[in-house]
Design a protein around this ligand. Structure first.
Ligand SMILES: Cc1cc2nc3c(=O)[nH]c(=O)nc-3n(C[C@H](O)[C@H](O)[C@H](O)COP(=O)(O)OP(=O)(O)OC[C@H]3O[C@@H](n4cnc5c(N)ncnc54)[C@H](O)[C@@H]3O)c2cc1C
Length: 219
């Protein structure tokens, strides 16, 4: 069982499908068919870049996926030549560095991966389902599944789903430490790496017939 059908959950489902007879992905959001914004992925409209190593792994798991993304407007280009970077002391030099990236809007990459995962015979996507906790095996040595509720159920009737292996792919707001504590298990030690950097995105309208000399997703 995989909790969360984001980028990590979709790749995890693909990997587990090679090892288990049945893989169920539980996702809190109602998942759209095609590319559409959803509340569980607030950063999706921010342009994303897939770096070389990650791209190779994704391509190995889903052959042809990079070409499919390119056909949908996600350009692949040399990192040093295709990005325009303005630093406090001016524009960074633009020259090829031999590292290829592919950039996209995350809603598109998720839509492409989701469609591929939906076609995997051993994988089922169950959306509109919020996981609320773990339940343990009788000897309390492993997670035996999860409890949760359907979002559409106003009474939040608890539903229990059994699994041999449970993977948490709920991202940076994971509630797993609390779920472990609630099940009477120690919470993992938390390691925080403070970063002085933050991201923000801004839209600019090009004037007249300006054609940018940098590359970014075309939609
Ligand atoms: C501004 C910004 C820019 C970024 N740029 C890049 C970039 O250029 N390149 C790059 O590689 N990465 C980038 N990232 C990081 C990237 O977006 C994340 O690493 C990636 O989305 C993480 O995917 P995930 O599947 O692990 O988590 P998420 O995308 O957070 O997915 C978690 C999923 O779990 C679901 N979920 C949560 N709780 C529950 C629950 N209780 N029950 C069921 N489902 C649940 C959520 O609805 C969601 O679908 C950027 C991030 C930000 C914020």
């Amino acid at each position: 069982m995989v909790i969360g059908a984001g980028f990590t959950g979709l790749l995890t489902a693909r990997v587990l499908a090679g090892h288990f007879d049945r893989v169920t992905v539980l996702e809190r959001d109602e998942l759209p068919i095609g590319a559409a914004h959803r509340s569980g992925l607030p950063q999706a409209r921010h342009p994303h870049g897939m770096l070389a190593r990650g791209a190779r792994i994704v391509e190995d798991l889903f052959p042809g996926v990079r070409a499919e993304l390119a056909a949908q407007g996600a350009p692949a280009f040399d990192f040093g030549a295709g990005f325009a970077t303005r630093l406090p002391y001016g524009w960074a030099p633009r020259r090829p560095v031999g590292i290829e990236v592919q950039s996209f809007d995350l809603t598109h990459v998720e839509a492409v991966l989701r469609a591929r995962v939906r076609h995997l015979p051993r994988v089922a996507l169950l959306d509109g389902f919020t996981v609320e906790g773990l339940h343990l095996s009788a000897d309390r040595r492993r997670a035996a599944g999860v409890t949760g509720h359907r979002r559409a159920d106003p009474g939040r009737t608890p539903v229990r789903i059994e699994a041999d292996l449970t993977v948490d792919a709920t991202g940076r707001r994971s509630r797993l430490p609390g779920w472990l504590t609630a099940a009477g298990l120690p919470s993992p030690r938390r390691l925080e790496v403070p970063s002085p950097l933050v991201y923000s995105s801004r839209m600019y309208e090009l004037t007249g017939d300006q054609v940018p000399d940098w590359l970014w997703p075309s939609r």
